[in-house]
Design a binder for this molecule. Structure first.
Ligand SMILES: *[C@@H]1O[C@H](CO)[C@@H](O)[C@H](O)[C@H]1NC(C)=O
Length: 436
């Protein structure tokens, strides 16, 4: 029995994965390749099945892919390995070449196949002839026959019967984090948006939920094209509760939710993004005596929005001492252990800009290697705002008992772990420095 099946690229990045049981966190998929590399380094033969920290990893390789199954319980490893081989043959019948590209191009259908081939982690039909009766590809359109009613198969493994709440409520958070790299001339070199729709469901019974997103949202694998600016999502992953066939037909996301907190879907957009919080710094250094910084921050988003908890990390030479700061707003602290100072601003309005200055003693006389200078990194949160433009149009909640429940929707954009700007220049070449 497998808790999770994933197809990984050669670097170990998950291309598609399907959770069947909740006992193995999906984050464990990322541990697989490091474990393989460790074994290779120690010249240990990598076995198709191995265990680490109570998790069983079972895998096969095909072309440039790893097919991985994971379980926590004692599983019949031979059965799982056989299943992975059958998965390869089924995918081969569908797509001829089974490789990274065909996996990416056929996300929805593979997800459906994984759905059909395993139930709660137990291998089901792996005969491609039978599967093709259920799942057919006609002019890239996916058609799935009506499955037996849930009651027959008792298929809602993620939710138990008889849940009762006095007050029925649903909280839905659309969370996006932005990663970007800006080079020394101020050009965005790369940017991406990592998004997730997170839910907290406190609902009685076996409610049916339907989530509608705005029409601009496009899913890579549907191959649809929209007029005007669209939001093209990549690497979309759904929670196992979502009915993918329904989604394919009318683009609504329908599901019986698990109780409590869970992540309904995650996605990635690699569209170019303008820096929401812009920072630039100029440095004037007098080796053997002092170094001075002037830092400018600007909120490059709509005036009615506000960035909260802005933190700007400006790198300084490791031996800088005796810090003095002057900031028009917020507070500044020196973090010698990180070789930087941190300018913290509780609230930064859209269109606003602020300046701060820093002064340090600098005992060393050695020159700093400009190419190796660390970038400025930034953290922030902008509530009521998404960078992609994704919007929840509706969330319908229907339960047989007929209660009404109010959905609460929130949006937030944050800086990702990798929001960095190389916009630190020596004051000679800078236009922003003012005489000290
Ligand atoms: C920054 O990127 C732009 C566009 O790619 C390029 O023209 C420019 O030379 C880069 N600047 C630096 C300092 O690397």
């Amino acid at each position: 029995m497998a808790s999770l099946v994933a197809i990984l690229d050669v670097k170990g990045k998950s291309l598609i994965q399907r959770s069947y049981r909740d006992d193995v966190p999906t984050s464990y998929v990322e541990r697989f390749i490091p474990l393989v590399l460790d074994m290779e380094e120690e010249n240990v033969t990598v076995q198709p099945c191995f265990s680490d920290e109570g998790i069983n990893y079972m895998h096969i390789r095909h072309n440039n892919l790893y097919l991985l199954a994971m379980s926590k319980r004692n599983s019949n490893a031979a059965e799982i390995i056989l299943f992975l081989h059958r998965l390869v043959s089924v995918l081969t019948e569908y797509f001829k070449e089974v490789e990274e590209e065909s996996i990416r191009d056929n996300f929805v259908i593979i997800y459906e196949l994984l759905d059909e081939m395993m139930d709660f982690g137990f291998p089901q039909t792996t005969e491609s002839k039978i599967l093709q009766e259920y799942i057919t590809q006609e002019s890239h359109k996916l058609e799935v026959q009506v499955r037996p009613p849930m009651a027959v198969t008792n298929a809602v493994s993620w939710r138990s019967e008889g849940i009762r709440y006095r007050k029925n409520e649903v909280f839905l958070d659309v969370v996006e984090s932005v990663n970007m790299l800006v080079n020394a001339s101020g050009n965005v070199i790369r940017s991406e948006i990592l998004g997730a729709v997170k839910m907290k469901c406190y609902l009685s019974g076996m409610p049916e939920l339907r989530l509608g997103l705005n029409d601009k949202v496009m899913f890579e694998s549907t191959g649809r094209s929209a007029r005007g600016k669209s939001i093209e999502m990549e690497d979309v992953k759904f929670h196992q509760c979502v009915r993918l066939s329904r989604f394919e037909n009318d683009r609504t996301i329908s599901f019986i939710p698990p109780d409590g907190e869970f992540e309904l879907m995650s996605y990635r957009l690699s569209t170019p993004v303008k820096p929401l919080v812009w920072v630039e710094a100029s440095v004037e250094s007098y080796r053997g005596s002092r170094v001075e910084y002037m830092v400018k921050v600007r909120g490059q988003f709509k005036r009615r929005s506000t960035a909260n908890n802005v933190e700007i990390y400006v790198p300084v030479p490791g031996d800088a001492d005796s810090p003095k700061f002057r900031a028009a707003t917020g507070s500044v602290v020196y973090a010698p252990e990180k070789s930087c100072f941190i300018w913290k601003i509780k609230q930064l309005g859209g269109g606003k800009d602020y300046l701060m200055r820093a002064h340090f003693g600098l005992p060393s006389v050695a020159g700093e290697d400009l190419d190796k200078r660390a970038p400025i990194s930034v953290k922030f949160e902008i509530p009521y705002f998404t960078t992609s433009g994704i919007q929840v149009r509706y969330l319908k909640i229907v339960d047989r008992s007929g209660y009404t429940a109010l959905p609460w929707v929130r949006y937030i954009t944050t800086a990702g772990d990798d929001y960095v700007l190389r916009t630190i220049s020596d004051s000679k070449s800078s236009s922003i420095i003012a005489p000290l």
